[in-house]
Design a protein around this ligand. Structure first.
Ligand SMILES: [Zn+2]
Length: 102
């Protein structure tokens, strides 16, 4: 079964959130703003130091698809946000088996 790390491939996330939130998310990930609260194969929860209160992001592998939630206005509206991108980038970087990359 696909783990969350399998579903956050860079190209997929870039497509999901769009170029601008992706660039913002990359900056957040690079600045160490993402704090992983829970890092499991099927569920990842993170808090992103971006404003107050810090938005909490949840990513879940559900039937081979990526399900996600974020507390920010974009996330609540169902739009891919920079927090989702930042968390996905951090997961991707920490993933032991980065498929498709060599
Ligand atoms: Zn968000």
């Amino acid at each position: 079964m696909a783990s969350v790390a399998d579903l956050v491939e860079e190209r997929a996330i870039r497509q999901l959130v769009g170029p601008e939130p992706y660039a913002d998310g990359l900056a957040l990930a690079d600045s160490g703003a993402v704090r992983l609260v829970e890092f499991g194969p099927m569920t990842v929860v993170a808090e992103v130091a971006d404003g107050s209160p810090e938005p909490r992001v949840e990513l879940e592998s559900l039937d081979g698809e990526l399900a996600w939630r974020c507390e920010c206005p974009e996330g609540v509206a169902g739009l891919g946000c920079r927090h989702l991108a930042a968390t996905a980038i951090v997961i991707w970087r920490r993933s032991p088996a980065r498929r498709g990359e060599q």
